[in-house]
Design a protein. Structure first.
Length: 172
C-alpha cells in the first residue's frame, strides 16, 4: 500500500528501513513519547518489519515517509486501532534533517484522510507532550483540536510532564 501526496509517499516498511527504524527507536530522546524502556535489537525490528504490519490483526501499523526523490524522511504510526468505536491514535516522527519543510503536515493529512475514508474512522487522536511546541503546532495546523490534558502523565527523569490530547473528527 502506498499513500501518495504532493511531495511525499507513505509506504509500509521493508527490510531496507530496518537501520533507520533501529536508529529512531533506540534514540533515548524519543523514548518519552514511545514509552520505550530498553533498546530494540535489529532482529526485533526486522521481525516487526517482516510481520505483515496488519492494522486489523495488530491494532497498529507503521508507514514510512519518503520524499518523491526517495529520501526516507520519517514514519507515521497508527495505534490503538478500535474499529468498533471507529477511532485510532496517530504518532509521527520526522527525521531532524527533514523538519520544517512541510513533510510532517503532509504526512498527517495523508494518513488522517486514509483513516477517515478507507478505515471509516470517526475520530483520530494524538497525544503530545506539553514541551513539544512543534508537534502541538503541527497537529493544530492539521485541524486537530486539543480536547484534554493528562496531568503529570510522563516522568522525564527529573519532572512530570503533562500530555495534551488532540482529536480530529471525520465531520470537521
Amino acid at each position: 500500500m502506498i499513500l501518495s501526496g504532493k511531495t511525499i509517499e507513505l509506504i509500509k516498511p521493508t527490510s531496507v528501513d530496518v537501520d533507520a527504524i533501529f536508529k529512531w527507536e533506540n534514540d533515548p530522546e524519543h523514548w518519552l513519547v514511545s514509552y520505550t524502556v530498553a533498546p530494540y535489537s535489529r532482529d526485533q525490528i526486522l521481525r516487526f518489519v517482516e510481520n505483515d504490519n496488519d492494522l486489523y490483526a495488530d491494532q497498529q501499523m507503521r508507514m514510512m515517509i519518503y520524499t518523491k526523490s526517495h529520501e526516507r524522511a520519517g514514519c507515521v504510526d497508527l495505534f490503538d486501532f478500535d474499529p468498533k468505536n471507529k477511532r485510532v491514535g496517530i504518532g509521527i516522527l520526522v527525521d531532524a534533517a527533514f523538519r520544517g519543510k512541510g513533510i510532517g503536515y503532509e504526512a498527517i493529512e495523508l494518513i488522517t484522510q486514509f483513516c477517515f475514508v478507507e478505515l471509516e474512522m470517526h475520530s483520530v487522536y494524538a497525544e503530545v507532550l506539553e514541551n513539544n511546541a512543534s508537534s502541538q503546532h503541527l497537529f493544530e495546523s492539521s485541524g486537530y483540536t486539543q480536547k484534554g490534558v493528562k496531568r503529570d502523565w510522563v516522568w522525564n527523569g527529573s519532572q512530570y510532564l503533562d500530555q495534551l490530547f488532540y482529536q480530529r473528527f471525520t465531520d470537521q
